[in-house]
Design a protein around this ligand. Structure first.
Ligand code: UFG
Length: 293
């Protein structure tokens, strides 16, 4: 059985749905602060907060999972700069509690949701896994710190791990049961769609004076169902004990699209105009971010 921590959130809920479809035994655990109980479908569910060391220890020791997929994390780059302590306590402190609980109960496998934010301002594009890690925000720093913790637990033979560094997760369950539901929403694609259908008055394009083909930022958008498939492959690879005990992979599409290109596609798909204005650059936004996977 796999413990899916943070399985009520955007990426976790899509992965859990794939586990249901493939009949892979699992239990979703989430504190429901950001996640949605309604996104858990028929999966077994327990409410747990990883910031509470006893709570997560009890959860792991009573369920005795074969391993953990760990999605439970705050995800807003901007917020992480305003509330660094919360991000450190939840993303890093919570992960440390989880790893201690795993080590104490002999649970040896974990897939960790890392992020391209570990790299910081890129020196070269596309960005490969051995690019230096120099995060420019607290969110990225917490992901880097957890990766280092995994390295430590791996070198002590306590936990085998795969860290998956997501680029820009996008899209939704093609069956329409799940989707992206962040409150507040800060990501480009849902905001562009909301603007097209009139749920918000307009989209602000954060800067049109970058050194890119049309002046707007370029990102690597990867479909959430592709991320879900990647988790299942990573899980299979963890079963193979001849593989290195600590591994890291970029998850992107290796294609870059500009903000204006995203707007154009939203217009094509919806048949509606996306009202937008040009705003200031958003602090900390690199011009181009594309993965080498
Ligand atoms: N953008 C706008 N207007 C908006 C929102 C976004 O122009 O209202 C632009 C951004 O400037 C950026 C692009 O659209 O160029 C994508 O922005 P998102 O906020 O959707 O995503 P980010 O690239 O900022 O962040 C994503 C993940 C983070 C992760 C980061 C790693 O959401 O969790 O990639 O690079 F840390």
């Amino acid at each position: 059985m796999i413990l899916v921590l943070g399985g009520a959130g955007y990426i976790g809920s899509h992965v859990a749905k794939l586990l249901r479809k493939r009949n892979i035994p699992h239990v979703i655990a989430d504190n429901l602060e950001k996640g949605h109980r309604s996104a858990c479908g028929e999966s077994a569910f327990v409410q747990v907060d990883i910031r509470d060391a006893n709570d997560i220890h009890d959860c792991v020791s009573s369920l005795k999972p074969e391993g953990v997929m760990h999605f439970a994390s705050y995800i807003s780059v901007g917020e992480s700069m305003k509330q660094p302590d919360n991000y450190i306590a939840n993303n890093f402190g919570g992960s440390k509690n989880l790893l201690n609980a795993m080590a104490e109960t002999g649970v040896k496998k974990i897939i960790f949701s890392s992020s391209a934010a570990v790299y910081g301002e890129p020196d070269e594009i596309p960005i490969s896994e051995d690019h230096t890690m120099n995060p420019t925000n607290t969110y990225g720093q917490t992901k880097k710190d957890v990766e280092e913790l995994l390295q430590d637990f791996g070198s002590r033979n306590l936990v085998r791990s795969v860290s998956l560094r997501y680029f820009n997760a996008a899209g939704a369950d093609p069956e329409g049961e799940l989707g992206e539901d962040h409150r507040p929403e800060e990501h480009l694609i849902p905001i562009a769609i909301d603007a097209a259908v009139g749920r918000r008055s307009e989209l602000t394009v954060f800067g049109n004076d970058y050194e890119t083909k049309d002046g707007s930022c370029i990102r690597d958008y990867v479909h959430v169902m592709d991320l879900a498939e990647a988790h299942l492959l990573a899980w299979e690879s963890l079963e193979d004990e001849t593989r290195l005990p600590v591994r890291t992979y970029n998850l992107g599409s290796e294609n870059g699209f500009s903000v204006f290109e995203v707007i154009e596609v939203v217009e094509q798909v919806t048949g509606l105009k996306v009202p937008y204005k040009i705003g200031e650059r958003r602090e900390g936004d690199p011009a181009t971010f594309v993965a080498s996977c």
